[in-house]
Design a protein around this ligand. Structure first.
Ligand SMILES: NC(=O)c1ccc[n+]([C@@H]2O[C@H](COP(=O)([O-])OP(=O)(O)OC[C@H]3O[C@@H](n4cnc5c(N)ncnc54)[C@H](OP(=O)(O)O)[C@@H]3O)[C@@H](O)[C@H]2O)c1
Length: 322
């Protein structure tokens, strides 16, 4: 099979098209013929050697966590999936992930996939996976949004996680305030944010003290650019600050938050079929996955450079992209 791969950690330009052996599914696994994937900051962070623990020791390095495609073979004892099923999913971060989605075929566990709704494009399904699961698990599980919805603030709204989180928060019946910059502000408005703050212009620090004080059930720092101590005054009693990356003061903030009657969490996204099925239902009902671009997989290095520079969700065409 063909894959975009690097023989070792290093610069993005190290990614080349390679011919690799076709993997065989083991017990509880399926082989997926990949149609589409999507880029995540984790791809360039791992490749550059900044987060080696997010990927296994398999070489060459085939990255790519998000995918949609067609089941092509099933391993022993797999009954819940059959060849021909159209699926999508997220390969979990970690040392057991040896081969990723920037390849013609991948191996996934049955617990890492769900059926792709027919009406949803392979690109949108793939691009919804990591970011959608991260938003669901941050807002619903860690944030513990009230069943009636409540008030959510989302940062990094032009980014992959932030943009889908605006829609997902509304699916969870919340009202959204968005923090972003540039065209992301228009995007957030279009996606239904009731209030939009420009992090480059608005007096954010002043607003945190005054008009935003005590407003939010959840502050979801999708951009991983802020700290609980800056936002604590905006949380309701019992409210949560959820970040996608722990800051250097995370442990201190977590302890201090207990005394402030608020909560601090770091999300570590998990691949869960029930959450993928929830996402699939929402996609079918029109949940938007905003895409900044769609690229063929052969342009992977350029796509990762664009993501590193500007953020935003970039879908990847794999099936016809080599
Ligand atoms: N822990 C986990 O399980 C998990 C899962 C998924 C992602 N992540 C992490 O979550 C982060 C966001 O992921 P992503 O896919 O959304 O990345 P992305 O597409 O690169 O988006 C990041 C966004 O952050 C905002 N931003 C950039 N610089 C900023 C600054 N100096 N101050 C404030 N905001 C800034 C920008 O949006 P605006 O210009 O609109 O503000 C940008 O679009 C990444 O670090 C990623 O590695 C973690």
């Amino acid at each position: 099979m063909k894959a975009m791969a690097a023989s070792a950690y290093g610069p993005l330009e190290g990614l080349k098209a390679m011919d690799l052996p076709l993997p065989a599914p083991g017990r509880g696994e399926v082989r997926v013929r990949v149609v589409a994937s999507a880029l995540n900051p984790a791809d360039y962070k791992v490749l550059l050697g900044k987060m080696k623990l997010l990927h296994g020791r398999g070489r060459p390095l085939v990255l790519g966590y998000d995918f949609s495609g067609v089941v092509d073979a099933v391993g022993p004892d797999v009954r819940e999936r059959s060849p021909g099923d159209e699926v999508f999913g997220f390969l979990p971060y970690g040392p057991f992930n040896q081969r990723g989605a920037f390849a013609e075929f991948l191996i996934a566990k049955t617990g890492e996939i769900a059926l792709k709704p027919k009406a949803v494009s392979p690109e949108a399904a793939a691009a919804s996976a990591t970011t959608g699961l991260t938003a669901i698990q941050s807002l619903r599980d860690l944030g513990r949004l009230p069943a009636s919805g409540g008030q959510v603030l989302v940062t990094g709204v032009s980014g992959g996680v932030g943009s889908i989180a605006v829609g997902i928060a509304q699916k969870l019946k919340a009202s959204v305030t968005a923090v972003g910059s540039g065209t992301g502000l228009f995007l957030a408005q279009r996606l239904g944010a009731v209030k939009v703050l420009d992090r480059t212009k608005d007096d954010l620090a002043g607003k945190l003290q005054s008009e935003l004080a005590g407003q939010f059930d959840v502050v979801f720092d999708a951009a991983a650019a802020y700290r609980w101590r800056e936002w604590r005054g905006t949380l309701k009693a019992g409210g949560a600050f959820v970040t996608t990356l722990p800051s250097v003061t995370f442990a201190i903030d977590k302890a201090a938050s207990l005394f402030a009657r608020t909560r601090v969490h770091f999300v570590n996204v998990k691949s869960r079929p029930a959450d993928l099925e929830l996402l699939a239902g929402w996609l079918e009902q029109g949940l938007e996955v905003p895409l900044a671009a769609t690229i063929p997989v052969r342009d992977l290095a350029q796509g990762l450079a664009q993501l590193q520079k500007s953020g935003g969700r970039i879908a990847v065409r794999v099936a016809d992209g080599f």
